[in-house]
Design a protein around this ligand. Structure first.
Ligand code: C2E
Ligand code: MG
Ligand code: MG
Ligand code: MG
Length: 290
């Protein structure tokens, strides 16, 4: 029978394919448990204004520490989560946790801290995306205008109509939208007109090639100018050296994110950094205003 033949067909799979499939299954199970066992955590990386020295926001970055596998990088974890649909509960957990963290900072007397949260393609394309975000904002009581949703060009390209509608609705709620990894996708510049972005994040590959490929200066310079003219917030990602920083400053890039200022930090260390920054006056917040 056809069914049986279909089943026999599996015998033709090579053993490497079989073991790869079972490995994915194993990982999927582990990732499932990760959510329950509290093996997931968020690290936070500050975004800094070069003119004022102010920390303008924190990007939440997912971390998975498994007792046997050790640290699993987002580069492996996110595609796996996307394949298995686990990205949906994980994404919701990330959003919830990031909002709560920012609220905790505010409650401890630090200034209201904008928080940026990454959304991967599958996660963003969920029909109930907007209601999920609304729900988390309501549950946590987090102000929508302190939330920034980070998506990439490829996320938009998968379904432009859906993306336009969803982004507009998020914007109407007051949520900010950031175009992540700008310059690396295959989209056209017209995306900048068609979609309601607040922020452009220039991909780190451009910043990192600055030192050895001076011709890239022209490209970065053009991207910054474009963002500035469109009145978008421009953030250079992956800034690691003072040399890169000074160059970006000369090109009128207002904000940076990268190891030069700080690596992504676990919540406890991020809190210490914000407290220090506040005390040193780098990030002065007038408590008497409230
Ligand atoms: P991304 O959103 O572009 O995040 C920036 C990545 O660059 C982070 O890697 C960060 O640790 C790294 N980075 C920051 N500064 C520097 C620097 O100066 N030099 C270098 N070499 N790297 C720097 P990470 O945390 O491994 O995340 C990788 C990607 O995984 C993220 O890229 C994002 O696309 C995705 N991701 C991370 N967390 C989440 C999440 O909660 N949800 C979703 N959907 N995706 C996530
Ligand atoms: Mg990002
Ligand atoms: Mg990026
Ligand atoms: Mg990236």
């Amino acid at each position: 029978r056809a069914k049986e033949r279909g089943r026999n067909h599996y015998q033709f799979y090579s053993s490497t394919m079989t073991s790869k499939a079972s490995l994915v299954l194993k990982l999927e199970n582990l990732l499932h448990q990760a959510l329950d066992n509290e093996e997931l955590s968020l690290h936070y990386q500050p975004q800094v204004n070069l003119k004022t020295g102010e920390i303008t926001g924190m990007e939440a970055l997912l971390r998975w520490y498994h007792p046997e596998l050790g640290q699993v990088s987002p580069a492996k974890l996110i595609p796996l989560a996307e394949q298995t649909d686990l990205i949906i509960p994980i994404g919701q957990w990330v959003l919830h946790t990031a909002c709560e963290q920012s609220l905790a900072w505010q409650k401890s007397g630090l200034k209201p801290m904008p928080i940026a949260v990454n959304f991967s393609p599958r996660q963003f394309q969920q029909p109930n995306l907007v209601s999920m975000v609304t729900e988390v904002l309501q549950e946590t009581g987090f102000p929508p205008d302190l939330l920034e949703v980070e998506i990439t060009e490829s996320t938009i390209m998968q379904n432009e109509d859906f993306a336009r509608q969803a982004l507009q609705e998020l914007r109407q709620m007051g949520v900010h939208i950031s175009l992540d990894d700008f310059g690396t996708g295959y989209s056209s510049l017209s995306y900048l007109q068609k979609f309601p972005f607040n922020t452009l994040k220039i991909d780190q590959c451009f910043i990192q090639s600055l030192s050895d490929r001076p011709q890239d200066l022209a490209i970065i310079s053009a991207m910054i100018t474009l963002g500035n003219h469109l009145q978008l917030r421009v953030i250079a990602e992956g800034v690691e050296t003072l040399q890169q920083l000074e160059l970006l400053q000369r090109l009128h890039c207002e904000e940076v994110q990268g190891f030069w200022f700080s690596r992504p930090l676990k919540a406890e260390d991020a809190t210490k950094l914000l407290e220090q920054h506040c005390l040193l006056g780098g990030d002065f917040y007038d408590l008497e205003k409230d």
